[in-house]
Design a protein around this ligand. Sequence first.
Ligand SMILES: Cc1cc2nc3c(=O)[nH]c(=O)nc-3n(C[C@H](O)[C@H](O)[C@H](O)COP(=O)(O)OP(=O)(O)OC[C@H]3O[C@@H](n4cnc5c(N)ncnc54)[C@H](O)[C@@H]3O)c2cc1C
Ligand code: SF4
Length: 449
Amino acid sequence: MGHAPFSLPKGRLEEGFEDKRPRYSDGEAVTEANRCIYCVDAPCINACPTSIDIPTFIHKIATGNVKGAARTIFDANLLGQSCARVCPVEVLCVGDCVYNHWGREPIQIGRLQRYATERALELDRDLIKKNKRATKSGKKVACIGSGPASLAAAGYLSLMGHEAVVFEKRAVPGGLNTTGIAPYKMDAQGSVDELNWILELGDIEVRTGVEITASDDGDGQVSAATLLQDFDAVFVGIGLGADSALELPDEAGAGVYGAVELIEQLKLDPQASLQGVTRAVVVGGGNTAIDIAHELAILGVPEVYMAYRRGFERLSAYDHEIEWGRTDGVRVRVNAVPTGYQRNPDGSLKGIVLADAEDGKAKAGTDKLMECQLVAVAIGQARLTGLAKVFAGVELDAKGRIVVDDATCRTGHAQVFAGGDCVNGGKEVVNAVEHGKRAARAMDAMFSK
Ligand SMILES: Cc1cc2nc3c(=O)[nH]c(=O)nc-3n(C[C@H](O)[C@H](O)[C@H](O)COP(=O)(O)OP(=O)(O)OC[C@H]3O[C@@H](n4cnc5c(N)ncnc54)[C@H](O)[C@@H]3O)c2cc1C
Ligand code: SF4
């Protein structure tokens, strides 16, 4: 099953973004690695959702064994390249490094991981493929969605001698790793490069523009029932659905976007432009809100506000992301709640009406128009519940998340596994990778019986 590499259109806005945390040089990496004291029961390992053996890979860097370091990382996390760049390490491994307790700079684990994975693949691109299981099982798995969860599942399945076909409804593969990650952390090309490397492991096919549906086998569609017939197992890695709206009058129309939809346009559409936008308002207080606000500020929008209905202490975005955004000009307005929009006679956006808020609720008589040309609504994403329900035995919890066994990611249907955002409700890339890995190992065990 050979595969031509995927590519992206040129002329995307994000191509001009500077790499904010460039890769270490050999000397910088060895110096940083030598600071690690290789803790026993290392807290950094426990803080990593994929349990990478961090002290071991750092020790290998310190001793000049870059390929060995990368092997240690990829054994636990096949998407170690993108995770090195997009993981919120400040609240995971780096946040738990023992150096923090001594008031000293923690070990820069993410940057060391980026150095090890990228440098090792420059030295030997087939580093991991070489260890692929020689005997083919003849088993075939369908992965629905091509985000980090499915790619991890497909990649580990390939290494264990099985075949995977990944179905992606979008034209571009990679899930949110391609369409959603803030470009100052990693641009879409970084995601596609990693995906192309995973495809080189062999026995993986990615079919883009194919949606798995509840019932139809129409044009560009394959039904869930067909998958169950044609494959030995199915992995559901469909992520989350469309952006939630504020549901206020005049919301639909020019200038008002769902945040994830806007991020995707800015990253991938060569026609995307912010010309004429002098003020933008982002509604929400989470990580997606700060990401789009920060991105708009870096792209040159002169005034970017985040409007959040509660106080600073309730912002759910990571502190380090807020601080980073503020240094690039993002202004945060707390206790401000949207109550409506105003439009010009030609339908263009005049602004958003914000009221002062108390306990998240608008105070009567405090409405005030904030003129702006762009609003991005970042208040969450819907759950994609329709597909999961058609597999007999697959259950959803009260929040619309697919219920799985934690150790195996198996659903209530013996042939169906699931992982990533559709299971955890929306976490990080690294959590999705861990689910894909657990499911692949459980399927391998099932196939060997
Ligand atoms: C704006 C934004 C920024 C983020 N930034 C970070 C970050 O900096 N660091 C980090 O670690 N995490 C970040 N995340 C979270 C991270 O991107 C997700 O946790 C991760 O991508 C989830 O992976 P997944 O494979 O479960 O789903 P996704 O990445 O969402 O992939 C699911 C894929 O399934 C496809 N699909 C859905 N339904 C079907 C169907 N029926 N048939 C075929 N295909 C289908 C979708 O088109 C999509 O490509 C961010 C999320 C967002 C929204
Ligand atoms: S906690 Fe810090 S010092 Fe200890 S092993 Fe992990 S990275 Fe090294």
